[in-house]
Design a protein around this ligand. Structure first.
Ligand SMILES: Nc1ncnc2c1ncn2[C@@H]1O[C@H](COP(=O)(O)OP(=O)(O)OP(=O)(O)O)[C@@H](O)[C@H]1O
Ligand SMILES: [Mg+2]
Length: 265
């Protein structure tokens, strides 16, 4: 790597299994630095959600370690709190994340739990709800909201923690196309301010448009690198049951670079 700075979050030679019969990840290395834009791709069951839970210290590796700011993470209360203040995971299923009886209370849960002053909680909750476009839903009961609305509420809850690293497990799945594009703009704005953003997706065009680094999971192994190189590796993409993104294919056909249509309405 050209950038010698200590990564914010790092998995070092990690194995993880659900018991001896169910290995999921093997010898996985991943570094997440300030301002990273990483897309995680892989077939159903390849271990994307598992990878995110390991990065958020929700699950403990069988072997290897998770480091935060260069320091190994301990899996006790204090260790997990240390991670939670820096790393936020938005789960694939919003219902695994949302439990308060109003949207604003749900978004406030993390900041309140962190012991922040009331004014600071209010400021963070308002900013997070605005960024995730759920301000108009503040007083609604989360479980009566649509799936896409609940996904945004879960995102707002993570944003309210002001994370250095935001992990999003399939954030655009189930969103309408305009909602998906809006979400990417929100993530780009956060990233421009230095937040590292890691998202998983089955959408190779979205990954190509958003990320500078792609990470592909196949057969328990992680292969990562420059997004253009990884996503145009036909063998790798086939093994991961993924197609190729259209932009580099079109670029090659035309003999010049074409960017994905992020800005279309
Ligand atoms: N709690 C669990 N207990 C046992 N096995 C699990 C558990 N959670 C996940 N697995 C298994 O671990 C493997 C990886 O699952 P994971 O959810 O990480 O995949 P994924 O890449 O996120 O898939 P998807 O695209 O469907 O979301 C799968 O084989 C899955 O069946
Ligand atoms: Mg998953």
């Amino acid at each position: 790597m050209s950038h010698p700075a200590t990564p914010l979050v790092e998995l070092v030679d990690v194995d993880f299994s659900h018991g001896p019969e169910l290995p999921v990840l093997r010898s996985v290395d991943l570094r997440i630095g300030t301002g990273a834009r990483i897309a995680v791709l892989g077939a159903n069951g390849s271990g994307k959600s598992t990878l995110f839970r390991l990065l958020a210290a929700a699950w403990k590796p069988d072997r290897g370690e998770l480091r935060l700011d260069g320091e190994p993470v301990r899996y006790n209360r204090a260790g997990r709190d240390r991670v939670r203040r820096r790393v936020q995971l938005v789960l694939q299923e919003p219902d695994d994340q949302i439990f308060a009886t109003s949207v604003s209370a749900d978004v406030a849960y993390g900041p309140v739990n962190m012991g922040l002053e009331r004014d600071e909680v209010t400021r963070r909750v308002d900013a997070a709800m605005t960024a995730a476009e759920v301000a108009d839903l503040a007083d609604r009961v989360p479980h009566q909201l649509s799936y896409g609305q609940r996904k945004r509420v879960a995102l707002a809850g993570a944003l309210a923690m002001d994370p250095a690293v935001l992990l999003l497990d399939e954030p655009t799945a189930g969103l309408d196309p305009a909602g998906g594009r809006q979400l990417l703009r929100t993530l780009e704005a956060l990233n421009a301010k230095g937040t590292a953003v890691v998202l998983s997706t089955h959408d190779v065009d979205l990954a190509y448009a958003f990320a500078d680094t792609a990470v592909v999971l196949t057969d328990g192994r992680l292969v990562g690198g420059d997004v253009e190189r990884i996503l145009t590796d036909r063998d790798l993409m086939e093994r991961a049951r993924l197609g190729l993104p259209w932009a580099p294919l079109v670029s090659r056909a035309l003999g010049r670079r074409v960017s994905a249509p992020q800005e279309l309405p």
